[in-house]
Structures are given as structure tokens and as C-alpha cells.
Design a protein around this ligand. Structure first.
Ligand SMILES: Cc1cc2nc3c(=O)[nH]c(=O)nc-3n(C[C@H](O)[C@H](O)[C@H](O)COP(=O)(O)O)c2cc1C
Length: 188
């Protein structure tokens, strides 16, 4: 069976800069033998985390919606590609809402100390911004605890600065994203 690589599309804009890079990375992963699934938080219907703490004793979220399905994919995949633009130095709101829904898993991993959760799976980060490279700093920090809660480690990052209108991303960057996707399941 082909290993699963999941892509998370952070943008609210379909076929924009980060989407194009994500598509290239997932095509690369497919060329490397993976099957791929896409999670698009902006197109999912799900609630934000209610901070109800119901998941604290047993790690089970009481909400039943598309975020649950997204986390089933994120927990079962072999590797991850995240591609997102910077919004006000941080994550776009729909993606941030999905990140917050990982609270059930935060308790399972860090408080309940559940054994057997995935660890050390490779992830590629693809970030785009209209401004300079410095725009990526907070976004990377914001993603870091979510990735470790899920059991991913960042194998490679591609930051494309200075792109704003859809399609401004250069062919060389698309080729770079494709290579990162292709190498995602290899040794590293
Ligand atoms: C709501 C919003 C907030 C943004 N905030 C920033 C920002 O803080 N820094 C920056 O460099 N670009 C910012 N941008 C520009 C986007 O990061 C840029 O247009 C990017 O290429 C969009 O990627 P996409 O085509 O994948 O959506 C913002 C764009 C939007 C729509």
C-alpha cells in the first residue's frame, strides 16, 4: 500500500501562491510513490475549540465535525506538507481554528502521556508572504507546538517572500516545492 502524505492548505484563496506550491509538493510526493490527501480548513465546516476541557480527562473531543476527520488523517499519515500564507504575521484564521482543535491531542500526548502516538514523522513547511523573510518568524513559532503535538518534525522549509497577487510565485520555487515533496518519504 502506498504511504499517505497529507497536505494542509492554509490559504482562504484557492489556487493562490501557497496552493500552487502545495500542489507542486504533493505532485512530487506522488512521483515519489505516495498517495495524497488534502485538508482545506477554509472550506471545512467545523467549530473552533470551545475550551470546554471535556477532552482533558480522556483525550476525547466532544465535537463531531470535519475537524475530527482532518485529525484522523493527520494522525494516520506518514508525512505532512503545510503550505500557508502569512496573515498579520500569523496563521490565517481557518487554519488557526483547526490548530486549536488539536487540544484533545495535546492532552493525550503531554498530560495523559499516551503511549504509541506517532513521533518524528517528516513535515515540509511552505510559507508565502507579500513582505520580507522576517514575516515568517512568528508563523513558524506558531506552528511549532502544533507540529510536535501531532508528532511531526520539520524536515525542510521553503519560504517564498515578496509574493502577493495569485500566481506571482516563480517557476523555480514551484520546482523547489516539487523536489521537497519528492524527497519527503526518503531518508533524511
Ligand atoms: C488578511 C491578510 C493578511 C495578510 N497579512 C500579511 C502579513 O502580515 N505579512 C505579509 O508579508 N503579507 C501578508 N498578507 C499577504 C499574503 O501573505 C500574500 O498575498 C500571499 O501571497 C497570499 O498567499 P495565497 O495566494 O496563498 O493566499 C496578508 C494577506 C491577507 C489577505
Amino acid at each position: 500500500m502506498r504511504p499517505l502524505v497529507v497536505g494542509v492548505a492554509g490559504s482562504a484563496r484557492r489556487d493562490g501562491n501557497s496552493d500552487r506550491l502545495l500542489k507542486a509538493a504533493l505532485e512530487g510526493a506522488q512521483a515519489g510513490g505516495a498517495k495524497t490527501e488534502l485538508i482545506v480548513p477554509a472550506e471545512f465546516s467545523f467549530s473552533h475549540c470551545l475550551a470546554c476541557e471535556a477532552c482533558r480527562p480522556d483525550g476525547q473531543c466532544v465535537l463531531s465535525d470535519a475537524a475530527g476527520e482532518a485529525y484522523r488523517l493527520l494522525l494516520s499519515c506518514r508525512a505532512l506538507v503545510v503550505a500557508t500564507p502569512v496573515y498579520f504575521r500569523g496563521l490565517p484564521a481557518p487554519f488557526k481554528a483547526l490548530v486549536d482543535r488539536a487540544q484533545f491531542l495535546y492532552f493525550r500526548r503531554w498530560e495523559l502521556r499516551e503511549a504509541g502516538l506517532p513521533q518524528g514523522r517528516p513535515a515540509v513547511l511552505i510559507l508565502v508572504a507579500a513582505g520580507e523573510e522576517s514575516q515568517f518568524r512568528l508563523l513558524k513559532e506558531q506552528l511549532s507546538p502544533w507540529l510536535s503535538t501531532l508528532g511531526f518534525r520539520v524536515r525542510a522549509s521553503l519560504g517564498v517572500a515578496g509574493v502577493d497577487r495569485p500566481g506571482e510565485v516563480a517557476p523555480e520555487e514551484l520546482a523547489r516545492a516539487r523536489r521537497l515533496g519528492r524527497g519527503l518519504l526518503g531518508p533524511g
